[in-house]
Ligand binder design. Structure first.
Ligand code: F3S
Length: 106
């Protein structure tokens, strides 16, 4: 599967969802996740993310490994999103900020 990591939080640019051929993205209040049961590992979403937040599971950086489980855990709780929308208001300011996990809204 592919995994959405920390830098998506409070950005949610949503460019990724337009290219996904299987609609595996799920939307929460300030974060997106990938449904591991739906992702076909095509990898087309990786270069679309302005926040560089998406990785193949085997390429997830060491400090982001918890997000593999978090995508699986939040996926059933979030709603499917298949069309891009406006990013969150301060997305550009939050892009690249460290330690955003504490801001995750469930
Ligand atoms: Fe998030 Fe990047 Fe998609 S910021 S919503 S994973 S384009």
């Amino acid at each position: 599967t592919h995994v959405v990591t920390e830098n998506c939080i409070k950005c949610k640019f949503t460019d990724c969802v337009d290219v996904c051929p299987v609609d595996c993205f799920k939307e929460g209040p300030n974060f997106l996740v990938i449904d591991p049961d739906e992702c076909i590992d095509c990898a087309v979403c990786i270069p679309e993310c302005p926040a560089d937040a998406i990785f193949a599971e085997e390429d997830v950086p060491a400090d982001q490994v918890r997000f593999i489980e978090l995508n699986a855990e939040l996926s059933p709780l979030y709603k499917t999103i298949s069309r891009s929308k406006e990013p969150l208001p301060d997305a550009d300011d939050w892009n690249g900020k460290p330690d955003k996990l504490k801001h995750l809204e469930r």
